[in-house]
Write a protein that binds this ligand. Structure first.
Ligand code: O2Y
Ligand code: MN
Length: 676
């Protein structure tokens, strides 16, 4: 085994960021000394890459250069087990990114997009298109600690199985050592990790999604905290075999996405896709981070973070937890329809929140990019996401157009001519931007991986190391009935209750089991697939965090529902009683004022709701003005059924781990409904 992609060769190379840094002026001076450097700089300008400082790097770092004894020993142990042909320590440079992308293009795994600057399209195998919850494990020592909503395997058994799979699994491949940071570098809230992977696709995506590369080493130092993340696609190449342009991965029964919470350890095998393989995201920033957050007294959440500015220029920060397919990215990048209001993005998926010295809760986005779902993203639904992904973006499982662009269902216009679909088949485009189920040109979970800094509405302080102070926390789901447009919790614990009952109604499109249609699929705090421990204990953690805090400084908690339906009202597009998207700014404006204690609410059995006329309806279509009273009132009978469902079907799952505070709030809600 040779260290360094070129057999341990060391040489002089130009790298952006970290180490010995030269600014652009110095680079010009260096031209006199070294034409090679200048040429790289000019090439960078020509390609329109983000401006970076360039410096001369004398040596390629190897495993033996790692100064952190714990990391070095772990890497060496994994090299011994996985037996890669080469080991490369990732430096995070543009040159390295370009080299690895070229490797993928040359191997037939990626296609450069002629229509988009520095953008590439990958196609995965049909067996590897999404996170696989059935193969995701919380491997705590005791099954009870994983809780009733996680898959569990005893860690001794799971490690033995996975060690068997890992042994020799990187034959014919390079192992990449990716040092990465979740959060702004040096932030007191940030955490560090090392991902070992045999997938160039993973390195490229981690480069966009995290702060990765040599700049991380100074923060982990010689003995700093870090999370080990081992990943393999599970497809060794023996006897000179190559991938032959086919996405490497293992069969579903050999995929394991394993979290060992007591050790803060992640082992992933067999999948190269998204949340299964980019281990900084769901595995670290949620499953392991929820465990660390509980140990350390903070909150790791599946939440967007947005910055809201009112017409007076006053600012508040809001987080929001919504289950999949509820428009979290769209809300984070919303373009308000009400004049004078502004929404800017801090994060679209994950929030880490810690109390500051002033007693307020501060949030950082631990990620540096968006791994956004492409289908349904259009100029109407999320123009800012489209602009974010115009350049320097990786597309996965989208369709390819004849002019070298990407296309997907719901992009807002029909494609022309022929399309190569996500399975690689060339087919005639349809005259509309929808396709029959199962015949989509882009996979429904097709993705774009785009740098967050390219988002036109990224907040100037999105990388603030101390985070942004949170005024409001939103919960929501797709609820066609019962749940009103917005209501506010009376207290922190009432807010925890609202978080604990989050869910979306099951539709024919979201299940293969017809008997489930119409029932509520509960996804408490929208974190059910991402909590690294017992969900009952997670509820308790939220209650404990609130109890220790200064009550006046805690964020206010709200439940929103953009998805009320009236199928019989033919005026309403799609039957939806609320327009959603940019018009959600009307609800955000009400929430903003609530946080300032404005007298704009009435007390109801379910919480505080907008007073008559308190919601800005200027410019709202008349048919929505007509439906508004219906979605702003308490459906007492609907809520009584909700209480019954929570009491009989939802809360019993958590047994003795369910906090008594939540049962008390459920009882109180029932009593208030009975009095109404
Ligand atoms: O299927 C995947 O691997 C991606 S899932 C995902 C990606 C970005 C943000 N959120 C999610 C999610 O499942 O919540
Ligand atoms: Mn998510």
């Amino acid at each position: 085994m040779a260290e360094g992609e070129f057999g341990g060769q060391k040489g002089s190379e130009v790298r952006p960021q970290g180490g010995q840094v030269y600014n652009s002026n110095l680079i010009i001076a260096l031209y006199l000394k070294n034409h090679y450097i200048y040429n790289w700089y000019i090439l960078g300008l020509f390609l329109g890459r983000p401006e970076k400082d360039y410096h001369i790097k004398e040596f390629l770092m190897t495993v033996s250069d790692i100064k952190h004894a714990g990391i070095k020993a772990w890497v060496e142990e994994c090299v011994k087990m996985c037996e890669p042909d080469n080991v490369v320590v990732v430096d995070g440079s543009t040159a390295e990114y370009d080299r690895l992308m070229k490797k993928c293009v040359d191997a037939g795994l990626a296609t450069p997009l002629k229509a988009k600057e520095n953008c590439f399209l990958f196609r995965s195998l049909p067996s590897d298109v999404a996170r696989v919850e059935s193969r995701t494990f919380i491997s705590s020592k005791k099954e009870e600690d994983a809780g009733p909503t996680n898959h569990w395997i005893d860690p001794v058994e799971l490690k033995a199985t996975m060690k068997g799979l890992y042994t020799g699994c990187m034959h014919g491949r390079t192992m990449y050592v990716i040092p990465f940071c979740m959060g702004p570098l040096g932030s007191p809230i940030a955490k560090y990790g090392i991902e070992l992977t045999d997938s160039e696709y993973v390195v490229l995506n981690m480069d966009i999604m995290t702060r990765a590369g040599e700049k991380v080493w100074q923060y982990v130092g010689t003995d700093g905290d870090w999370v080990p993340c081992l990943h393999s696609v599970g497809k060794p190449l023996n006897n000179g075999e190559t991938d032959g342009g086919i996405w490497p991965c293992a069969d579903v029964e050999h995929k394991y996405i394993s979290q060992f919470p007591e050790e803060h350890l992640i082992w992933s095998y067999g999948s190269g896709y998204g949340g299964n393989a980019l281990l900084g995201k769901k595995c670290f920033a949620l499953r392991i981070a929820t465990v660390i957050a509980r140990e350390e007294g903070w909150l790791a959440e599946h939440m967007l973070i947005l910055k809201l500015t009112n017409p007076k220029g006053e600012v508040k920060y809001v987080t929001g937890a919504f289950p999949s397919a509820c428009g979290k990215t769209n809300l984070a990048m919303l373009i308000p329809t009400i004049p004078g209001w502004k929404v800017e993005t801090v994060g679209d998926d994950i929030a880490w929140m810690k109390f500051g010295k002033d007693g307020r809760l501060y949030a950082i986005n631990p990620e540096a990019g968006f791994f956004g779902v492409a289908p349904g993203t259009s100029a109407e639904s999320n123009k800012n996401a489209l602009i974010s992904a115009e350049k320097n973006t990786i597309y996965t499982n989208c369709a390819l157009t004849e002019d070298g662009d990407v296309w997907w269902e719901g992009i807002g216009y029909p494609a022309k001519g022929k399309l190569v679909d996500w399975k690689g088949n060339t087919r005639d485009a349809l005259p509309k931007d929808k396709s029959p189920k199962g015949e989509e040109f882009a996979h429904p979970n097709a993705r774009f991986t785009a740098p967050a800094k390219q988002c036109p509405c990224i907040a100037s302080d999105w990388e603030s190391p101390e985070g942004v102070p949170i005024s409001a926390i939103l919960f929501g789901g797709r609820r066609p009935s019962t749940v009103p447009l917005v209501h506010q919790a009376r207290s922190w614990n009432h807010g925890v209750f609202l978080g604990s009952i989050v869910g979306s109604e099951i539709t024919a499109a979201s299940t293969i089991n017809a008997a489930e249609v119409g029932k509520i699929r509960r996804d408490p705090f929208a974190i059910l697939p991402f909590c690294g421990y017992n969900m009952g204990d997670y509820f308790q953690h939220w209650i404990d965090v609130g109890a220790k805090a200064d009550q006046d400084k805690l964020p206010k908690i709200f439940y929103v529902n953009w998805f009320r339906k009236d199928e019989n009202n033919k005026d309403l597009p799609g039957g939806f009683m609320w327009p959603g998207y940019g018009d959600n700014s009307r609800v955000l404006a009400w929430i903003f004022d609530r946080c300032d204690g404005v007298d704009n609410a009435v007390d109801t059995p379910i919480g505080l709701m907008p007073k008559d006329g308190a919601l800005n309806t200027d410019g709202l279509a008349d048919y929505y003005k007509k439906t508004l009273p219906e979605i702003l009132k308490v459906d007492v009978e609907g809520w009584k059924k909700e209480v019954k469902d929570i009491r009989e079907n939802h809360y019993p799952k958590f047994g003795k781990h369910l906090p008594k505070e939540l049962t008390a709030i459920l009882d109180d809600l029932e009593a208030r409904l009975n009095k109404a």
